[in-house]
Ligand binder design. Structure first.
Ligand code: NAD
Length: 298
């Protein structure tokens, strides 16, 4: 099997695949144009979130049998076109759960205690003690929208820190002692902090719009380590300016890198460039799972 690795995966995974007889080419900075030209030679491709597997790529991929996405969603792959060409699409859904949950927890605390803004102020030579007083999270309510793998992992951590945790999901799943499931409206009305862990689907595109924000508690703080496109960023900007939303922590954006950078002009916004799964542990787990899927691919 000839494998084209289009996005970074662990060196161990590449070694394991080669040791098991797979011919692996690592081209983890490949451009869209190069991909179109080179994909006809490969039977397998590995992508994370950077590479877009469009219909045009699939049209060109005359020998392709399998695409492995290292990570959770497959929204960067035209899955319908892949299926129509009998190309299998697989992913590694559980490998990054704990890393994304821990980033979410870091943001939860950084919204309660403005350590990012305080650091910038200190580095600018200031001593603004009053400006950076914060709040405790214990006793506060966290609303988790999407209580799948990551939503539950953050719910469990937040409950352990003394938060009341409300959850909403279209498919609620098994009850859990650390999580009280409720309606979306109730969750919005009661939550001091809100975190989103739902996939980007047609039904979730701009789910968080001006109407939904209007139902939130005044002064809510919002964390988004899910998928860009779920929040209407213009509506969020307006809500931050008006004070309806007191703070936001964003790891994902509608376009990446973001075209509209107005949000970053606001002090109450902190963020990162889609690094939820970027830890050495998640990278290793993703690599191991990718290698295993391809080694066992029939
Ligand atoms: P999951 O499939 O285990 O959970 C998603 C949950 O969302 C499911 O329980 C589903 O029923 C629910 N859901 C779907 N539509 C909904 C809606 N309209 N309202 C409420 N709930 C809805 O997925 P997961 O592993 O927990 O991952 C969640 C999301 O996190 C992924 O879709 C992915 O986009 C994102 N993610 C981000 C990063 C990052 O680097 N920031 C890394 C991994 C995953």
């Amino acid at each position: 099997m000839k494998v084209l690795v289009c996005d970074p995966i662990s060196a161990t995974a590449v070694q394991t695949m080669r040791a098991r007889g797979l011919e692996v080419d690592v081209r983890d900075t490949i451009t869209a144009e190069e991909l179109l030209a080179e994909i006809p030679a490969y039977t397998a491709m590995v992508v994370r979130s950077r590479t877009k597997v469009t219909r045009a790529v699939l049209d060109a991929a005359s020998h392709l049998k399998v695409i492995v996405r290292g990570g959770v969603g497959v929204d960067n792959i035209d899955v319908a076109s892949a299926q129509a060409r009998e190309v299998r699409v697989m992913n590694t859904p559980a490998a990054s759960t704990d890393s994304v949950a821990e980033l979410t927890l870091a943001y939860l605390l950084a919204l309660a205690r403005p350590i990012v803004q305080a650091t910038l102020s200190l580095k600018a030579g200031k001593w603004e003690k009053k400006k950076f007083s914060g709040a405790e999270i214990q006793g506060k309510t966290l609303g988790v929208i999407g209580t799948g793998r990551i939503g539950r992992a953050i719910a469990r951590r937040a409950a352990a820190l003394g938060m009341r945790v409300l959850g909403y999901d279209v498919a609620p799943g098994e009850p859990a002692p650390y999580l009280t499931m409720t309606t979306l409206d109730e969750l919005l009305a009661q939550s001091d902090y809100l975190t989103l862990h739902i996939p980007l689907l047609e039904s979730t595109h701009h789910l968080v719009d001006a109407d939904l924000i209007a139902k939130m508690k005044d002064g809510v703080r919002l964390i988004h380590c899910g998928r860009g496109g779920v929040i209407d960023e213009d509506a969020l900007y307006d809500a931050l300016v008006s004070g309806k939303v007191a703070g936001a922590a964003l790891d994902v954006f509608e376009s990446e890198p973001p075209k509209d950078t107005r949000l970053f002009t606001l002090d109450q916004v902190i963020g990162s460039p889609h690094v939820g799964a970027s830890t050495k542990e998640a990278t290793a787990r993703i690599g191991d799972e990718v290698a295993e899927l391809l080694i066992n691919f029939e």
